[in-house]
Design a protein around this ligand. Sequence first.
Ligand code: ADP
Length: 397
Amino acid sequence: MKILVVNAGSSSLKYQLIDMETEGVIAKGNVERIGIAGSVLKAKGNGHEKVYEQDMPDHKVAIELVLHALTDGEIGVIKSMEEIGAVGHRVVASGEYFKKPTLVDGEVLKTLEKTFELGPLHNPAAATGVKACIEVMPHTPMVLVFDTSFHQTMPPKAYMYGIKFEDYKAYSVRKYGAHGTSHKFVSQEAAKYLGKDIKDLKTVTCHLGNGSSISAVDGGVCVDTSMGFTPLDGVLMGTRSGCIDASAVEFLARKKGYDAARMVTYLNKECGVLGISGVSSDFRDLIAGAEAGNERCQLALDMFAYQTKKFIGSYAAAMGGLDCIVFTAGIGENTPTVREGACEGLEFLGVKLDKEANYGKNTGSVREISAKDSKVKVLVIPTNEELVIARETLALV
Ligand code: ADP
């Protein structure tokens, strides 16, 4: 079966068509500027790339163009859209409404709307993408795959905040986590690489990208994760503050004259390593800055590695042991200084990096960067969230 994976943003739409027999990507692309002047689809298939510059006032028109690209002479990979067995849609937030991947029907679409306030930037866009696909492919099964599903196994002692229990019940304010598909994928890949049964492994997975989250995966099951009610929690990130004392938020809001909504924007968009360095949210710029002697760039890098290390240590404690650390995503896969900083001083836990392997070339496949005599295996694993979405979709249909 061929499965189309769709990741819809408010003005963008990324897709991959995956052949589930081989799990290979047979076509992919992304649409930008939906509803804005200058909308464009960049599509790849059959070893060719084609750019479609045409007006796309809404997601329905964008999906129609994607289907056209998938069947288009030169780059087309299928004869008709009937060949698409199902569509898997990435959804960021599920709240407590959805615990696992879900087949879409009218009721499910209504429930999805209830999650909008939990993922205000992403979930309305995902719903728009689903509706657009239904209009264009009314007979093809649609599946929602949530970033939060993998974290649903956390026990209450891990996902609860120390607020009034009645308020948790009334408003579902708790930790949900994020990047679940990535944490699931790399923890499974780690077990495969190590030739171990995942049930026997205690793994800390570090998804370090523009948004970063760290998870404790015990026996293949998530038992804790660093992101919280929203993806603002945990380590500091590109532009997000990560965890901060709530009283400091109120104090800062008063000093700066910000209301609550402005404060949330400040913490999401103006802080993190960008705010600390004053230079960039991109780690390549931070590394260049630090090498040129910029102390604030160095501080941002140090804070990021240190906070990551603290999560690794606390999750080893939470699981009562540690067999494997995985680094993935843009920074995790490409930034040896961060990996080195995050593992530095963890020898007491049995973590010993092989410096040369850590600074070795990114091969785009699984790499072991721990020393031969390291008790804890340290791996770099390229993530593949689309493949997990396709697998979950296949499993449901
Ligand atoms: P997201 O998917 O959350 O947007 P990514 O996983 O693509 O983020 O990670 C993006 C970040 O990864 C960039 O901001 C950059 O800091 C870092 N990054 C990507 N490639 C490299 C590289 N070659 N060297 C260092 N950092 C990199």
